[in-house]
Design a binder for this molecule. Structure first.
Ligand SMILES: [Zn+2]
Length: 200
């Protein structure tokens, strides 16, 4: 059954893997939203309007907290001494991390749902039109939220999930932390590179 797939060329296979990861994310999100966990047909079937609207609402209102990327980001912030943040603060977009007093927001965006400009993940293969519209709405909503926050005098940062991969995460925070520290008026704590040997 996987014969056709096995013979795909590398580039194609890579794109398919990315699409599959995306669909996996979609399935997980739909599963979480209380829809049946019939996989993978839950995604590939045409989503009925009522139910997809329910899923949509649920996803917007109950934004998932404490995802792995968020935890990674918060760990780095703590290590750098940039604490005192609040989670899912009630301002437009419910930023994952926020310093409300300083009006600084940090969004940790999943590349699939928020359509990362770096990754350019392909659309899921089935129901292309449905996903196209859905993602367009997601992107527009993000833009509206960021604009609303900036209008309110907030400074906004966005970290993409792919910027947290092992190979690039140090670079990501090397860029971000000094900017954040400056905005927050805090001193960056030096990273604990290696522990010095204890004197005997
Ligand atoms: Zn990305």
């Amino acid at each position: 059954m996987a014969k056709a797939k096995a013979s795909k060329k590398n580039g194609q296979a890579k794109a398919e893997r990315a699409a599959a990861e995306g669909e996996q994310a979609a399935r997980e999100a739909i599963g979480r939203s209380g829809q049946s966990g019939e996989l993978p047909s839950a995604v590939s079937r045409e989503a009925p309007p009522a139910s997809s609207e329910a899923v949509h609402k649920s996803m917007v209102s109950n934004k998932r907290a404490n995802t792995k990327p968020e935890l990674l980001v918060r760990k780095r912030l703590r290590e750098a001494g940039l604490t005192g943040y609040r989670l899912q603060w009630k301002v437009p977009g419910r930023p994952d991390v926020a310093w409300p007093g300083k009006r600084i927001a940090l969004f940790v965006n999943g590349c699939f749902w928020h359509r990362c400009p770096h990754c350019n993940l392909p659309l899921p293969k089935s129901n292309v039109e449905y996903w196209h519209i859905k993602f367009e709405r997601n992107v527009e909503r993000d833009e509206r939220n960021l604009a609303a926050l900036r209008d309110m005098g907030w400074r906004v940062h966005v970290i993409w999930e792919c910027q947290l991969k092992k190979k690039v995460i140090d670079d990501t925070f090397a860029d971000l932390l000094p900017v954040l520290a400056e905005e927050l008026g805090k001193e960056l704590k030096a990273a604990e590179v290696s522990k010095p040997e204890l004197p005997a």
